[in-house]
Design a protein around this ligand. Structure first.
Ligand SMILES: Nc1ncnc2c1ncn2[C@@H]1O[C@H](COP(=O)(O)OP(=O)(O)OP(=O)(O)O)[C@@H](O)[C@H]1O
Ligand SMILES: [Mg+2]
Length: 225
């Protein structure tokens, strides 16, 4: 059965599409048939990104697809089709009823956030609501810090705030880096940039996502890097 990862947030611009693309490119490169379901009907940024990707000869993955999230329950439909090993939902800018539906079906829920309190507090509130109002298992939720600066105090305060709320945060995080934007402008993902350090950071995020997913199943290596 397909595995499902969803990227959700309460705020726009925190990195849902960025994290979805990092994971999708890594899984596709590892031989998983992968689809991103773009649940952001108002912008369809991942759909547009995929159009740019198809025009970029540097994009090497073959079995990677992006589609609008269509119908009443797009994850159920794609799971039933049996076409994909990995379904990644790129969530809408704000949490909606659909976000809850995706969270309920996801093996792993990723919540990207910046480190500032203005970003963190809504993200933590959304996660707590998923757990306490909607019955989502908190063990399936991972925060991913994005747009991080070199200020270690900012990062460690953000980590403490998340852990202090009884939630989990991935050790791998993404620094703010203009090369990620230009890569995505060209239809690539941050783990496909040509620069050693930013590429390694994004690759570490992909590996950590794979490890977190694997830990949900404890069924041996999933072979993603
Ligand atoms: N670590 C980063 N460094 C530099 N730019 C980044 C980084 N992460 C994301 N961006 C850029 O920030 C913008 C928002 O990122 P992204 O589209 O992934 O957020 P989002 O949560 O999907 O936004 P939305 O809610 O609008 O769907 C994009 O232009 C993206 O290229
Ligand atoms: Mg987006």
């Amino acid at each position: 059965m397909s595995k499902v990862i969803c990227c959700l947030s309460q705020k726009g611009g925190v990195g849902k599409s960025t994290i979805a693309r990092i994971a999708a490119v890594a899984y596709a490169a590892a031989g998983w048939s992968t689809i991103i379901l773009d649940a952001d009907a108002s912008q369809e940024t991942s759909n547009e990104w995929f159009t740019r990707r198809l025009d970029n000869p540097k994009a090497k993955t073959t079995d990677l697809w992006v589609s609008r999230a269509k119908g009443v329950n797009p994850v159920k439909k794609e799971r039933a089709s049996g076409n994909y090993d990995m379904i990644i939902v790129d969530g809408a800018p704000h949490a909606t009823d659909a976000s809850v539906m995706y969270a309920k079906q996801a093996d792993l829920i990723l919540i990207p956030t910046g480190t500032a309190i203005d970003d963190l507090e809504p993200a933590v509130r959304m996660a707590i609501s998923l757990v306490s109002v909607h019955g989502i298992d908190r063990e399936r939720i991972r925060f991913v810090l994005n747009h991080c600066s070199r200020n270690k105090r900012e990062t460690s305060q953000a980590i403490e705030a998340i852990l202090g709320s009884g939630l989990k945060v991935m050790g791998a995080m993404l620094n703010e880096s203009p090369c990620y934007r230009s890569a995505m402008d060209a239809g690539l993902a941050p783990n496909e940039v040509p620069y050693f350090i930013p590429k390694n950071r994004a690759t570490f995020v992909a590996e950590s996502i794979a490890n977190e997913l694997e830990a949900q199943f404890c069924d041996g290596s999933m072979g993603v890097n």
